[in-house]
Design a protein around this ligand. Structure first.
Ligand code: HEC
Length: 143
């Protein structure tokens, strides 16, 4: 009985991270399904809500939040020169459209403990539009 209980605990610990990893790995940073359904011109306007805290170029000084240049495919919480919350430093995933979409919908629910003071973009179409703009603007910034 004792042995079984220990095995069960071990399995629970071993299984959870593996399951999380496989979900993350399947969400490909090159997948443009969400941005493809968005309007970058509208997205640029929506970015006004982010501008106070985020720059899009690698060279600009970070504002309240980290610069978002070359965001897609980048490890979350990994931008040099910005002091992230512990939650984002330890997040252990890379930014794909799928998890960016969830982050932007409800940052606090998606990653509890993060320090981005933003309530979220509730409208799905707004997130698609913003995603289309970010795809353009962050690629330009990385060139
Ligand atoms: C009031 C300031 C503020 C606003 C507004 C804001 N953010 Fe943030 N954002 C932050 C901060 C601060 C962080 C770092 C959070 C942490 O360390 O937990 C962050 C982190 C992020 C990250 C993670 C970056 C990385 O390097 O991992 C993304 C992506 C992001 N924000 C996108 C956006 C977008 C898009 C908008 C607009 C819809 C937005 N943010 C609005 C302050 C803000």
């Amino acid at each position: 009985m004792k042995f079984l209980a220990k095995t069960a605990v071990f399995m629970a610990i071993a299984v959870v991270p593996t399951a999380t990893l496989s979900v993350m790995a399947s969400a490909d940073a090159a997948d443009t399904t969400i941005s493809a359904a968005g309007d970058a011109v509208k997205g640029k306007r929506l970015f006004n809500r982010c501008k106070a805290c985020h720059n899009l170029t690698a060279t600009a000084r970070p504002r309240i939040g980290p610069n978002l240049d070359s965001l897609f495919g980048r490890q979350a919480g990994s931008k040099d020169g910005f002091k992230y919350s512990k939650a984002l430093q330890e997040a252990g995933f890379e930014w794909t459209e799928k998890n960016l979409d969830e982050w932007l919908a409800q940052p606090r629910t998606f990653l509890p403990g993060n320090k981005m003071a933003f309530a979220g973009l509730r409208k799905e179409q707004d997130r698609k539009d913003l995603m289309a703009y970010l795809r353009e603007a962050t690629v330009e910034a990385a060139e």
